[in-house]
Ligand binder design. Structure first.
Ligand code: NDP
Length: 328
């Protein structure tokens, strides 16, 4: 028997989260049985566990969109017992039972072998949030942005995606301007490499169609007016990557930045990101995320603490990344 966090819905459609004792025969029938060592808490997990977002459609569900662990049994020739694997996305923890469990049964196609030398805790300190941050950086590069192009602005900077993005970009030599609604995180963000701190309130003021040009590129994790302002302030040929909606899913913008300044708005999705691109992103995360950064970015919690932290992350009260130790 092992522990898993199980979500159910009561008669009032309210989501409940309880730790249950399961056996491997309770798990959905998939190719690979993995003993999960660590998972992580992402904004989407927060929405799922609290029921604040319509993430889960079929109950009961084990949430957890990330996990790292060890293969115990495999019906697929690509994996053997003892192999270390990492999983992020593919709808796991949303449509399929996920990583907030000491064991999981998974499709081999969803797994990525843990890069040689990569520590499991570090892998989950990165998790979906870190992978997404790296995919944003790769999109900036694909759009021709280099450290010489000018400053990069990162929104939701003290959150998971934002923190990792600040760290990677500053490590690569970019001048990073960090937008935060929490002035108390200034020291943290500067330690991650932010050159300047911008106030969320000021950046949330609805922009004119075009504002003074300030940004060669952007990593936006929040959407709504902040994304609209970033677009209006983007340089000629600027590249704005959009991956999140912590402020809202609306985009109250105009076509002006696109048709007069050649601005590119690039969406970034980590969930269905193809395998080959994932592998490149994970390899780059191993080498290009400054070694010391993650210790400051991440905290370790037990499975029983997940509901409390799920509430916090949906209220914008989590700094950096939260790793879940399934054996604590
Ligand atoms: P976090 O909660 O860790 O970070 C979000 C940050 O956004 C907060 O820390 C806060 O930063 C800021 N924020 C919160 N509320 C507001 C608000 N009302 N207005 C403006 N800013 C706000 O979440 P993650 O980093 O895990 O995820 C960030 C976003 O990216 C989420 O929307 C998530 O769904 C999305 N995402 C998308 C992925 C994809 O594949 N496209 C993958 C992973 C995440 P601060 O205090 O510094 O202002």
């Amino acid at each position: 028997m092992f522990n898993a966090l199980v979500l159910n819905q009561d008669e009032n459609k309210k989501t409940t989260a309880t730790i249950e004792q399961l056996s491997t025969s309770d798990l959905p029938d998939e190719d690979v049985l993995v003993k999960v060592d660590y998972s992580s808490l992402n904004y989407k997990d927060g929405l799922a566990v609290t029921g604040k977002g319509k993430i889960i459609r079929n109950f009961p569900m084990v949430p957890g969109i990330d996990m790292v662990g060890t293969v115990e049994e495999s019906a697929d020739s690509r994996y053997s017992p003892g192999d270390k694997v990492v999983l992020t996305g593919w709808g796991v923890g949303e449509n399929y039972w996920g990583g907030f469990s000491q064991y999981a049964k998974l499709k081999a196609d969803w797994l990525v072998p843990l890069p040689e030398g990569m520590d499991p805790i570090r892998t989950m300190q990165i998790g979906t949030a870190g992978l997404t941050a790296m995919l944003c950086v790769m999109s900036l590069e694909e759009g021709g942005v280099t450290p010489e192009s000018g400053p990069i602005v990162v929104s939701g900077a003290a959150g998971g995606v934002g923190s990792v993005a600040v760290s990677i970009l500053s490590g690569l030599g970019y001048s990073v301007h960090a937008i935060t609604g929490r002035p108390e995180t200034e020291g943290y963000l500067k330690a991650l490499g932010a050159a300047e701190i911008l106030s969320r309130d000021e950046m949330s003021v609805p922009p004119r169609p075009l504002e003074k040009q300030k940004w060669a590129g952007a990593v936006d994790t929040v959407g709504d007016n902040i994304l609209a302002r970033i677009l209006a302030e983007a340089d000629y040929n600027g590249v704005v990557t959009a991956c999140g909606l912590a402020a809202g899913f609306k985009l109250p913008s105009t076509v002006m930045p696109f048709i007069l300044r050649n601005v590119r708005l690039q969406g970034v999705d980590s969930v269905m990101c193809p395998y080959a691109k994932r592998q490149i992103a994970w390899q780059r995360l191993m080498t290009q995320l400054p070694e010391g950064a993650l210790g400051d970015i991440a905290q370790l919690i037990a499975l029983a603490e997940v509901p409390e932290y799920a509430e916090k992350i949906t209220n914008g009260q989590v700094q950096g990344r939260v790793v879940i130790d399934l054996n604590a």
